[in-house]
Design a protein around this ligand. Structure first.
Ligand SMILES: Cc1cc2nc3c(=O)[nH]c(=O)nc-3n(C[C@H](O)[C@H](O)[C@H](O)COP(=O)(O)O)c2cc1C
Length: 152
């Protein structure tokens, strides 16, 4: 399975998660790439790959800096995403209550509106918890791979 891990971050946590997932998946799959959303064009999304999207929340439930150019490009030229499968992992902080983890949801909504299908549980990490973001993501990963029928 060809896997692309996309991350949107502002202070680096999502990038670290993406790199740790990439290292884990790279041990079992030949074609695993980790890409920052700020240098990934929406037109690159393909049904030939499986996507793990890792994205934090900033401002008041907003996208983090490196996901903003992607969202703007997406809105300017919404891609056709029929056949595209992805899993979503949002980083946030329950301290923010009603905007908890909403950054990733801005991407999730865009993907769904264009016909992509989310696979597996919607993963989340709460910065107010004792868990490290990568530990939470690595615990989330096997269920997603099983749901996507990707060998672990
Ligand atoms: C200025 C600021 C605003 C934030 N706003 C929110 C928010 O509205 N909702 C939320 O769930 N988390 C919010 N967070 C928490 C971050 O999403 C969380 O710390 C996350 O782990 C950061 O990941 P990153 O380093 O990949 O950007 C905010 C953090 C900062 C510093």
């Amino acid at each position: 399975m060809n896997i692309t891990i996309l991350f949107g971050t502002e202070s680096g946590n999502s990038e670290l998660v993406a790199e740790d997932l990439g290292a884990e998946l790279g041990a079992h799959h030949d074609d695993v790439e980790v890409r920052d959303l700020q240098s990934f064009d929406p037109s690159e999304l393909s049904a030939e790959r499986f996507y793990l999207v890792i994205c934090s929340t900033h401002g008041e439930g907003d996208l983090p800096n490196t996901a903003i150019p992607f969202a703007e490009a997406f809105d300017a030229a919404p891609p056709e995403l029929a056949g595209v499968r992805y899993a979503m992992f949002g980083l946030g902080d329950m301290f923010y209550e009603e905007t908890y983890s909403q950054g990733s949801e801005h991407l999730d909504r865009r993907f769904a509106e264009r016909g992509a299908v989310r696979v597996g549980e919607y993963g989340r990490h709460d910065a107010s918890s004792w868990d490290l973001p990568s530990d939470a993501a690595l615990a989330w990963l096997p269920g997603v791979l099983a749901a996507a029928s990707v060998p672990a």
